[in-house]
Design a protein around this ligand. Structure first.
Ligand code: F6P
Length: 318
């Protein structure tokens, strides 16, 4: 294999640029060429390719977002779309592909692998909802971004003895919410993985009111309900008046943390070198601090669980 390609797909995440750089530089180190595909699978269909040079990937290691841009492509999920993508790569002399994204993007990679084209996935999403890796690229940065925001909210919440509901991202998973809740010392966390009883929550709030807590922080995962819906329920059931903050896409931007840059560098290089030794249909993971490969479908067929230890800490340390 002499020429590979790399694309980013789905929601961007901090550290994707470091991963692109690592795929490209590991290619150069091994005497191979690396092509950047613009706008994810959409660019693959259109043959929107750039042969990457050291210049393209210089000075991007610390930048958020993705220089290759990203998109969600419906067209690619059809057999005609996949045939067209293969044809575009054949014409451009591309012999293998690294897909950086979440489980949705890996479905696309698996489709190409099943058609006989070599593909390796690199998990990049702030949600950390991909099985087969302890962390995804961007998760640590998103947690730290939220941490800074919630610390600011805590100042004003405690000055006014107020309750705040902070809605965080995570799609259908509670990894971001749980980690943010532990790191900010929030009183409560509400995640899709656990059943929610507003009655029980109100009872806990009454107890903390009695204990004269200066403020209450509730970290709410977007996959459960919106912050305004929860505000309404707490008002109706317990008569509580909460302020709400939706962190939204702020969590997706910014410079990656050192953890994410290192993770992205390791994963990107490992992905490229896995292609060069003939691997395909796999995703790279970081399990117990080691780079490993597992089948791409593991990303969606296996449900990754929240840490029971972290969940226990919320009650214990509240
Ligand atoms: O998957 C990453 C993510 O940021 C989720 O946390 C969120 O639900 C979703 O993407 C938002 O997607 P969009 O950028 O299309 O609004």
């Amino acid at each position: 294999m002499e020429r590979i390609a790399v694309l980013t797909s789905g929601g961007d995440s901090p550290g994707m640029n470091a991963a692109i750089r690592a795929v490209a530089k590991a290619s150069f180190f091994n005497g191979k060429e690396c092509v950047g595909v613009m706008r994810g699978f959409e660019g693959l269909l259109e043959g929107d390719f750039i042969t990457l040079t050291r210049g393209h990937v210089g000075g991007i290691i610390h930048r958020g977002g993705t220089i290759l841009k990203t998109a969600r492509s419906e067209r690619f999920m059809t057999p005609e779309g996949q045939a067209l993508a293969l044809e575009q790569m054949r014409k451009a002399g591309i012999e293998g592909l690294v897909v950086i994204g979440g489980d949705g993007s890996f479905h696309g990679g698996k489709a190409l692998h099943d058609l006989g084209f070599p593909v390796i996935g690199v998990p990049g999403t702030i949600d950390n909802d991909v099985a087969g890796t302890d962390e995804t690229i961007g998760f640590d940065t998103a947690v730290n971004t939220a941490l800074e925001a919630v610390r600011r909210l805590r100042d004003t919440a405690s000055s006014h003895d107020r309750m705040f509901i902070v809605e965080v991202m995570g799609r259908h998973a509670g990894f971001l919410a749980l980690e943010i809740a532990v790191a900010t010392g929030a009183e409560y966390v509400v995640v899709p993985e656990l059943p929610l009883s507003i009655g029980n929550l109100c009872q806990k709030l009454r107890l903390s009111h009695k204990a004269k807590k200066a403020h209450t922080l509730i970290i709410l995962a977007e996959g459960v309900m919106s912050a305004s819906e929860m505000k309404g329920k707490l008002q109706d059931t317990g008569g509580y008046d909460a302020r709400i903050t939706v962190l939204g896409h702020i969590q997706r931007g910014g410079s990656p943390t050192s953890f994410d840059v290192t993770l992205a560098s390791r994963m990107g290089a490992y992905a490229a070198e896995s292609l060069f030794i003939g691997k395909s249909g796999c995703m790279v993971g970081n399990l117990n601090h080691r780079m490993v490969l597992s089948d791409l479908e593991r990303a969606w067929s296996e449900t990754k669980s929240l840490s029971p230890e972290l969940l226990g800490l919320i009650d214990k340390l509240n």
